[in-house]
Design a protein around this ligand. Sequence first.
Ligand code: SF4
Ligand code: SF4
Length: 372
Amino acid sequence: MSCVSIVRCESYEPSLVEKAVREACISAGMPDVQDKTILLKPNILSDSKEELGITTHSQVVRSVIRFLKEQGAKRILIGDSPGLHTPNFRPRASGIWKVIQEEEVEWADFTDHPTTYTIPYSRNKKLPLPSLLEEVDLLFSLPKMKTHQLMYATGAIKNLFGLVPNLHKSPCHLSFPTREQFASLMVGIAAVAKASFALMDGVIAMEGPGPANGLSLPIGLILASKDLVALDYAQAEIMGYNPIDVPIVAEGLKRGLGKAPSEYPNLKAHDLVKTDYKRIDVQKKTRFFHALILPFFAGPFVRWRVKRQRKAPLFLEEACILCKKCIQICPVDALQVEKKHVVIDENRCIRCYCCHEVCPASAILVDEEIPS
Ligand code: SF4
Ligand code: SF4
């Protein structure tokens, strides 16, 4: 039985968030944390101001910490590794660093002596993950409710991709170019990480071209579950997707990482569907291609097909501040500066949209944002 607790929380006013977090955690059956060491993984992405609705709100992080302390947690650590993680990175802009200091918990630097793990469901890909995973008793995923240009929606499982230290993330798009392949990698990482609980900040969600350039949308919800697949399933339903069209949800169900929600002790996802949520259009895969043709072709052919399906990003000269973050993160060196403008080699570009995710100036348009 997979229980998802969904409770109302209309704003980030501290007393409202604390009440909602408590209610969600209790009714979702949060694991016993007495005398345990817990690693919290909020979505910090590229550490932006919380009013932009990109990161898990600091008040949600603070309320979770307080509830865990009240329940007897021995030690609490918080960590994330943005794609362009510089040495000594601290999530100051998002307000999470302030919470860490004020609540006297610890920051976990995932680049500090990571261990190499073999990731299942992904051709035994080897990836570094924090060695801390062996030391902590429990891992909690604290995602933000957001659309995602590549994966349609982020969520509790995708949030765990941030366990992979900084620039080890973007080359994964080269090895796993289709949405389905990338979803297998995400589910494999979640299987290795063994998160035992997730709490999602859906007070202010994101719609449109997420996870970094969409629009804030007040949804007024906190969701929690011990089953990360069930939580992501409920999120997809609220956003108006058929949940099994979201590749990470479909893969999580297929691999037995979790189940579709079967119990809602509070609000029910199907009563909260926002039909006008600005979703990313789902590209239906052709069964024939995926079941019969794809397995016989690797690498170049699959990448060629992805390029035909998705548009290369468009760079807006007038908005660009030439920070070069896009150039740093591009896994295939498709970008360079020429005459003070970022130019793209469309033949090299694998349409992973990592550049779009890190651009601080909304100077990159992808897919449906690009005028035809
Ligand atoms: S240009 Fe952007 S979308 Fe294309 S490969 Fe580089 S990071 Fe990915
Ligand atoms: S990340 Fe955005 S602002 Fe920075 S150089 Fe690239 S396009 Fe310009």
